[in-house]
Design a protein around this ligand. Sequence first.
Ligand code: ARG
Length: 274
Amino acid sequence: MKKGLLLVLTSIMLLIIAACGTSGEGTGSDAEGENEGEASKTLRVVTDAAYAPFEYLEGDKVVGFDIDFINAVADEAGIDIKVENVGWDAVLIETEKGTSDLGVSAITINEERKKSYDFTVPYFLSTNKILVNKDSDIKSAKDLEGRVVAVQNATTGQVAIEKIVGENNPDVKKFENTNLAIMELLSGGAEAVVADNTVIEAYVENNPDKDLMVIEDPTNFEAEYYGIMFPKDSEYLEEFNTALKAILENGTYAKIYKEWFGSEPDVQILIDQQ
Ligand code: ARG
């Protein structure tokens, strides 16, 4: 008797679960049916979400310019993606190994990285700048010699400062993310942070009480361009390249840029780099 009841209950529950499943799928991406019978794969996008305004956490959600940007590119390409916050070192390692399909993390395109990765055309112009206390006597990159400087490990900021003070210089303190490098400056453990201009400029603007300022040195810190990063010979590179070029030209990129930065982007400067 008891067994019979259990069986009935189980069957009812299975029916409910099955019903939910069906209605859920009806509204899913299956309905689009574009890719000729081929099951569409969701690509794994990795990022280091400690880099506002490009990628950062709001609760447990990854948000930022890069996130809206990559969603727009993927949308244009008709490709499903899922962004995962794995941290900077893992962005580099996973994308090199191919356990991630692509990385979007304010990643600078450079010759060194091109040996290990493929990149799309540029989507953002950036340069390293120097974050210091307002009363600092540091006025240029050369003034950083003999000072303790905090950087995010394995970034172009680290490379830029090491070009001036030498590789493996113990005065260069390397951190897992840029926020930790900024904390080091705030706590007096470093006299400067070298990092991407947009990130440290946003930090100064959002934290006026911290009495920090940003110094530029275009002679020592060159212009850099961000790209979407793929494992070498990725089959997806061309589709993303085409879609990225399309959103640069059809106004979608400018719309997202304006939402995040409040001004018109110089799209031509990016297109000229292609
Ligand atoms: N643009 C610099 C580089 O590629 C820093 C990027 C760091 N990005 C991040 N999400 N932490 O090296």
